[in-house]
Design a protein around this ligand. Structure first.
Ligand code: RFL
Ligand code: PHB
Length: 400
């Protein structure tokens, strides 16, 4: 590719990883161009995560991105685990001394896009034909066609692949270079957004013989609920009435009622664990879902994406000043957290989902584990520590 433009860091993808990276770099005086195939409206409306770890909240505050988060984020001091006809509370505040904050990913994305544009950042929505080349040189090139049909070849010092699981950056690594560890689960989540106030003060994770269900929220008047369904389920076969009926059964508890309301959005998400290592090749650095995927049961994906770029921004800063030591350590620095979250997400998933109606052994093992967590302070503390996250995130952005 022929380079006809110049920036310091080319960023592919306007999800949480790419957006926060461009902001953290700008704070360090480093310019970037961020390219995104979707429109701004699409990125801002895509329903995904809802829970921020304490460290992610601290990171967004430190980055000056938290004015709306501070107003509208809802702090949660625990979760409910429901199984065998009982609903038991796990108190994060008491066990781990930390909380989580319910603040939707859509809002994080809106906040960072608004800030980048207000700061005059280069964010190109609606691009096509994204390509990366020259990765093993010190002048890699990011190619794309902008929304007006103009082709650009951007000469960069480094490229960040923040383009999610289906992006083009990970496949650009040389054949055989990556080691991939992967697990697919035989079920998926059917998620709805409902125009009804949440029926609970904190999230309910319910293990039920008919399958897992989760009650989350998007704010004081909007609920977010999920049902375990089979991995090849068709969304058309689920009327709103059928969804509410199934949710009623899986959350059923004497004296408690699930409030129903109009369904605003409905989708099915497959479940996968995936880690590709190392997270960099030459001058291309992967961050977030481009490098790793966790099933959503542990609420970790968004938090991992933010954690990666909190490490990458200072590492690129050093690289641009002639010192490659932090980028050389980038993959290893991230992977400790990635594998901890991968394990926790797998553990929560396998404890709460039904694999097969015939597997009585599995059912008893799950129930034994749930009884242990809700009766042993040590076991509950382990869940609380993992769910609320690992506290060194904000400190990392201070690496120079
Ligand atoms: P994203 O958000 O997928 O963004 C990648 C962006 O790259 C763009 N792109 C390209 N741009 C230019 N050229 C190309 N060739 C491109 N190819 C792709 C895409 O359009 C997109 O805009 O990745 P990022 O930034 O790494 O962020 C990761 C998070 O989005 C993800 O991990 C979380 O949403 C996962 N997740 C959850 N994480 C949590 O921490 N807590 C949760 O409660 C939680 N719940 C969830 C979740 C994910 C879910 N789904 C739908 C997968 C619940 C669900 C249902
Ligand atoms: C969500 O609100 O979308 C959500 C919350 C917790 C999870 C997964 C998703 O574990």
């Amino acid at each position: 590719m022929r380079a006809d433009m110049r920036t310091q860091v080319g960023i592919v993808g306007a999800g949480p990883a790419g957006l926060l990276l461009s902001h953290l770099l700008a704070q360090r005086g480093i310019d970037s161009v961020l390219v995104e195939i979707r429109s701004r409206e699409y990125c801002e409306a895509r329903q995904r995560a809802g829970v921020l770890e304490a460290g992610s909240v601290a990171l967004l505050r430190q980055a000056g991105l938290a004015s709306r988060l501070n107003q509208e984020g809802i702090e949660h001091g625990g979760i409910y685990l429901q199984f065998a006809g009982e609903r038991r509370h796990v108190d994060f505040r008491e066990l781990a001394g930390r909380t989580v904050t319910v603040y939707p990913q859509t809002e994080v994305v809106k906040d960072v896009i608004a800030r980048r544009l207000a700061d005059g950042g280069a964010v190109e929505f609606g691009v096509t034909g994204t390509e990366v080349a020259g990765l093993d040189t010190d002048r890699p090139v990011l190619g794309f066609t902008d929304a007006h049909g103009q082709r650009h070849e951007l000469a960069c010092d480094a490229i960040a692949g923040c383009d999610g699981f289906h992006g083009i950056c990970r496949p650009a690594f040389p054949a055989g270079y990556l080691t991939v560890r992967e697990r697919e689960y035989p079920y998926a989540w059917l998620g709805i957004l409902a125009d009804v106030p949440p029926s609970t003060d904190e999230l309910i994770y319910s293990r039920h013989p008919r399958g897992f269900a989760l009650h989350s929220l998007r704010g004081p008047v909007t609920s977010r609920l999920y049902l375990q369904v089979s991995h090849d389920e068709k969304i058309d076969e689920w009327t709103d009435e059928r969804i509410w009926d199934e949710l009623d059964r899986r959350f059923e508890l004497p004296g408690w009622t699930l409030q129903h309301g109009p369904v605003l959005d409905k989708n099915i998400t497959p479940m996968r664990s995936f880690v590709a290592t190392p997270m960099s090749y030459g001058r291309l650095f992967l961050a977030g879902d481009a490098a790793h995927i966790v099933p959503p049961t542990g609420a970790k994906g968004l938090n991992l994406a933010l954690a990666d770029v909190a490490v990458l921004a200072p590492a690129l800063d050093r690289l641009l000043r002639g010192d490659g030591s932090l980028v050389d350590a980038y993959s290893k620095t991230c992977l400790d957290r990635v594998w901890r979250s991968t394990h926790f997400s797998w553990w929560m998933t396998t404890m709460l989902h039904r694999t097969s109606a015939a597997d009585d052994m599995e059912a008893e093992l799950q129930l034994a584990q749930l009884r242990y967590i809700t009766s042993s302070r040590a076991a509950a503390t382990s869940l609380a520590e993992n769910y609320t996250g690992y506290p060194d995130l904000a400190a990392r952005t201070h690496l120079t």
